[in-house]
Design a binder for this molecule. Structure first.
Ligand code: FAS
Ligand code: PHB
Length: 389
């Protein structure tokens, strides 16, 4: 087999890159280790930056998003049981859209299967080889049979646990990592959201977030110790703790119900530099991880796709390689700004194990300053809706 670009990983970044390349007639093959149902069944991100929505529209996969996505012009913050609103629209003239990553992946899969059908699911032992040679290739197993795809480039869209980052010689990469001493216990419930807008709550017991997927599907999170186990949390215990942490007006109107999904996710900040080596380009979680507090993970994957797609397009259509050469540098510039914002949101809203009363006062004063300063709110707003790319 031969193709121009092999894309390892059929999550949002791999699928979106494939879609854009195919739209320009640049043939590519997506190798995904899981089944389609497994990939679209993963419950992950919920908030799309304005730039992400535009990219999905350009990719021709925004039909459902335009109909079912919830446009949000603001978010609610709370501390010491006191809430206030950040008016994203007024401060940036932009908004965010609440539309689950699950739906984005479904929309991409549907379009790609109908128009290109170049996704191979359930593959094993994917291995990019000869990346520093003229003719790189990728081997993989499908139904036990060894396959080989010759290509010009490999896009490593295979997430944090993928193979792509591992094949870069370790002495050529620098890894930056910060593991947070807590996780997020998230639940999905078929109940009406407690608020029309997201609520990020700083509380003495720990962080809480009220989000949603649609008018009868709510998504809630509470911070838990890194050692916590899902079996420690009945639905009843979760709802009781969530009510303690949300501001009273929300706690009093919260409609609880049976969880249809419940999981604990660890929180880390992670960056691999550079994001490319020879004919390999890392995209999305394969190159960087952010704590979900800033709703940046999925959105960063999309801006990586934007940069890499433009570089590959110029290579094939204009025979210009400068953008490909600068991919890592350009992508990392935006990545680090999102890493900073996600770190700031996480340190401002979460309770750290050794936190002192002084630390809590610093968090409270940070939020009090935010409440009364348009300048400070504008900094948060422009990062939350997404920096330009
Ligand atoms: P992904 O991890 O989504 O996709 C990688 C794909 O590669 C997967 O389908 C995997 O099966 C495949 N793969 C891996 N190894 C392979 C191999 N060797 N061969 C072939 N295929 C391979 N972001 C937010 O913005 N908000 C959130 O609330 C949020 N919550 C999250 C909760 C969890 C539990 C996790 C893990 C992440 C969360 N994220 C969130 C971040 C998440 O949305 C990612 O940023 C997003 O999925 C990134 O997309 P990809 O880069 O495509 O990586
Ligand atoms: C979600 O709805 O899953 C969500 C929203 C905002 C975040 C993180 C997760 O910051």
């Amino acid at each position: 087999m031969r193709t121009k670009v092999v894309i390892i990983g059929g999550g949002p970044s791999g699928l979106l890159l494939s879609r854009f390349l195919s739209l320009d007639g640049i043939d590519n093959i997506v190798l995904e280790k899981q089944s389609k149902s497994h990939v679209i069944g993963r419950i992950r991100a919920g908030v799309l930056e304005s730039g992400t929505t535009k990219m999905l529209q350009k990719a021709g996969v925004s039909g459902r998003l335009n109909k079912e996505g919830f446009v949000h012009d603001g978010i609610q913050l709370s501390f010491k049981n006191h809430g206030f609103r950040i008016d994203l629209k007024k401060l940036t003239n932009k908004h965010v859209t609440v539309y689950g990553q699950t739906e984005v992946t479904k929309d991409l899969y549907e379009k790609i299967e109908k128009e290109n059908n170049n996704i191979i699911n359930n593959v094993d032992d994917v291995l990019p080889q000869d990346l520093d040679q003229k003719n790189p290739f990728v081997t993989f197993k499908k139904d036990g049979v060894e396959n080989k795809i010759k290509c010009d480039f490999v896009a490593g869209c295979d997430g944090y646990h993928g193979i792509s980052r591992q094949v870069i010689p370790q002495n050529l990469t620098k890894i930056y990592e910060k593991v947070y001493p807590f996780g997020w216990l998230g639940i999905l419930s078929e109940t009406p959201p407690v608020s029309d807008e997201l609520i990020y709550a700083n509380h003495g017991n720990g962080f809480a977030l009220a989000s949603m997927r649609n008018s009868n599907l709510s998504r809630y999170y509470i911070q838990t110790p890194i050692t916590d186990k899902i079996e420690n949390w009945t639905d009843k215990k979760f709802w009781e703790e969530l009510k303690k942490r949300l501001p009273t007006h929300a706690a009093d109107t919260l409609i609880t119900g049976k969880s249809i999904e419940k999981s604990i996710a660890p929180l880390r900040s992670f960056v691999c530099e550079p994001m490319s080596w020879q004919k390999l380009f890392l995209v999305g979680d394969a190159a960087h991880i952010v704590p979900p507090t800033g709703a940046k993970g999925l959105n960063l994957a999309v801006s990586d796709v934007y940069y890499l797609y433009n570089g590959l397009k110029k290579h094939y259509l204009l025979n210009i390689d400068n953008d490909l050469k600068l991919y890592s540098q350009i992508a990392l510039s935006r990545v680090w700004k999102a890493i900073r914002f996600s770190w700031w949101m996480t340190t401002t809203f979460h309770k750290f194990p050794e936190q002192t009363d002084f630390d809590q006062c610093i968090q409270d004063s940070e939020l009090a300053y935010l409440e009364n300063s348009i300048a400070s709110q504008t900094v948060l707003a422009e990062n939350y809706v997404g920096l330009p790319f």
